[in-house]
Design a protein around this ligand. Structure first.
Ligand code: SF4
Ligand code: SF4
Length: 250
């Protein structure tokens, strides 16, 4: 975790920006019936300890922030961080079971965004958000790195599939192919394997220079502006290249 710098004013602004009508309604509406609890694997994995119940997790985080209008201590905020990052994956499974349609995961995501604003988020996630803005992908892979990796992987398949190339920035292809940035950074052989399948299938596809990372860790960080930026990059580049489809592997 990064060293927190608590700024109550920023927390208040973030709370106000959430336009909390929906959240406040949900918090008031929750009957604490526990109907959603069994759907949460944290609750199940901890012998049904009530502190892992979805509704309880929200009361201890966003609920508390609303109740105090953001006037919380650093220790309280750290406790919230432990819940929002450590006890919930924002998988939304519990939301499927609530008879009122209360979306716990959305509220946890909102809490995470507030925590991010105070530096209370896992470092790797904060780095990913920074990299999405700067490089368009979470692993800081440059355009040149990607293009060289594609060339390299095409060379690696030469013996098995002579003539195979991995299209990069090809306009008018049928599909724009997107991957997890990890493939470009650590597992390029995955790219080669997919390329071999595409080659055998006669797929008309291309990698774009930007918008090819289909992970969106910004969403997990609750940084919705950045999350939207990642999605927009993908669509903008698909439009620019004039493809018909976007292939998403994640
Ligand atoms: S969103 Fe969180 S609380 Fe709900 S089921 Fe998933 S992990 Fe559990
Ligand atoms: S979120 Fe819905 S299902 Fe879960 S305790 Fe509250 S009212 Fe019940």
């Amino acid at each position: 975790m990064a060293e927190p710098a608590i700024d109550t004013n920023v927390i208040k602004q973030r709370l106000a920006a959430l336009k909390g009508g929906r959240f406040k309604t949900w918090l008031q509406l929750c009957a604490h019936c526990g109907y959603c609890a069994d759907s949460c694997f944290f609750y199940q994995a901890h012998d049904k300890d009530p502190k892992y119940m979805p509704a309880y997790k929200v009361i201890q985080t966003l609920g508390k922030l609303y109740k105090t209008n953001g006037e919380v201590s650093k220790e309280e905020l750290e406790k919230m961080a432990s819940i929002a990052w450590g006890d919930c994956t924002a998988c939304r499974r519990c939301s499927m079971y609530c008879p009122f349609g209360i979306d716990i995961a959305v509220m946890i995501a909102a809490t995470r965004a507030i925590l991010c604003s105070q530096g209370l988020a896992p470092d790797a996630l904060m780095d990913a958000v920074k990299n999405y803005w700067e490089f368009g992908n979470q692993m800081a892979v440059t355009e040149e790195d990607l293009s060289e990796t594609l060339e390299w992987m095409a060379e690696e398949t030469e013996e098995e599939m002579p003539g195979l190339t991995i299209p990069f920035e090809k306009e008018g292809a049928d599909m724009m192919y997107t991957i997890n940035a990890r493939e470009a950074k650590y597992y390029p052989q995955d790219i080669a394997e997919a390329a071999m399948i595409f080659y055998a299938a006669g797929e008309n596809y291309t990698f774009p220079k930007m918008g090819w990372d289909d992970t969106n860790l910004a969403m997990f960080a609750g940084e919705m502006k950045c999350a939207a930026h990642v999605v927009k990059l993908c669509y903008d580049n698909a439009e620019r290249l004039g493809v018909n489809r976007i292939g998403v592997t994640e």
